[in-house]
Design a protein around this ligand. Structure first.
Ligand code: 13P
Length: 247
C-alpha cells in the first residue's frame, strides 16, 4: 500500500507575521518539484499572512489547535469553521504540549478531531508516551489507549496520526528508527482491528527531534509515512532537507 509521504512543520509559539512570510518565501524557493506533501502550522496570528504567501504553491496550511464548537460565547477560542475560512487544510490536535500544559484530555482530542472532520479539515492527531511510561514498559499501552480514545467511531480516510514520544520532543533525543517503527506498526495494527482496511491508508508521522541528519533513516521505516517537525521547521535550511529526504 503506497502512502504519500507527508512532512509537516509545527512552528509552535514562533514567528511574527513578517518572519512567517520570509520563511514561506524561502521554502517556496527551496521546495520546487518535490513529490512530498508539505504543510506548515504557524501560530494563529500568522495564518492569514501565510495563506497569502502560499498562494499558487502546493504547501498546505495547518493550525496548531482548535475548539470543538463552531461559533458561540467561547472567548479566546478558534473553531474548525474559522480555520477552514482562513484556508487551513489540516489542524494538529492532542499535541503533548497541549495535553501537559493546557489540560487537553483524550475526550477533548476526540471532540476536536470530530469537529474538524465535520468541517472538511484533516486532524493530525498526536499521541505519545512519557519517559517514565516507556521505562515502565508501558509505551504501547499508553499510545494505543490514546489512539483508541481519540479516534473511536471516526472515519479515518482524512485522519493523520503523529507519534511523538514526549521524551523526544525538543530534547535532541530521537527514538531509534526501530523503536519508532515498532510503535507505528502497533498503531496501524490496532487501527486495522478497530477500523478495517482503511488503516493501510492512514499516514502515521513520527515527531520528536527530527533533523536533516536523522530524517532519512526514520522515513525509511515501512510504517513511518512522514514527520511532524518542531524546531527544525523554523528555518528553510533545516526544514527543506527533511522534506527532500522524504521524496
Ligand atoms: P521538535 O522537533 O522540536 O522535537 O518538536 C517536535 C514536535 O513537538 C512537533 O510537533
Amino acid at each position: 500500500m503506497s502512502r504519500r509521504p507527508f512532512i509537516a512543520g509545527n512552528w509552535k509559539l514562533h514567528k511574527t507575521v513578517a518572519e512567517a512570510r520570509e520563511l514561506i518565501h524561502e521554502l517556496r524557493r527551496e521546495l520546487v518539484d518535490v513529490d512530498v506533501e508539505v504543510a506548515v502550522a504557524p501560530p494563529m496570528t500568522a495564518l492569514d499572512a501565510v495563506r497569502q504567501a502560499l498562494e499558487g504553491s502546493s504547501i498546505h496550511l495547518a493550525a496548531q489547535n482548535t475548539y470543538h464548537e463552531s461559533t458561540g460565547a467561547y472567548t479566546g477560542e478558534v473553531s474548525p469553521l474559522l480555520l477552514a475560512d482562513v484556508g487551513c487544510r489540516y489542524c494538529i490536535v492532542g499535541h503533548s504540549e497541549r495535553r501537559s500544559l493546557f489540560g487537553e484530555t483524550d475526550a477533548g482530542v476526540h471532540a476536536k478531531a470530530a469537529a474538524l472532520l465535520d468541517h472538511g479539515l484533516s486532524p493530525i492527531v498526536c499521541v505519545g508516551e512519557r519517559l517514565e511510561e516507556r521505562e515502565a514498559g508501558r509505551a504501547l499501552e499508553v499510545v494505543l489507549g490514546q489512539i483508541e480514545a481519540a479516534l473511536e467511531g471516526l472515519a479515518l480516510e482524512e485522519v493523520v496520526v503523529a507519534y511523538e514520544p514526549v521524551w523526544a520532543i525538543g530534547t535532541g533525543r530521537t527514538a531509534s528508527p526501530q523503536d519508532a517503527q515498532e510503535v507505528h506498526e502497533a498503531i496501524r495494527t490496532h487501527l486495522a482491528a478497530t477500523h478495517g482496511p482503511v488503516a493501510q491508508r492512514v499516514r502515521i508521522l513520527y515527531g520528536g527531534s527530527v533533523k536533516p541528519a536523522n530524517a532519512a533513516e526514520l522515513l525509511a521505516q515501512p510504517d513511518i509515512d512522514g514527520a511532524l517537525v518542531g524546531g527544525a521547521s523554523l528555518q528553510a535550511a533545516t526544514f527543506a532537507p527533511i522534506v527532500k529526504s522524504a521524496s
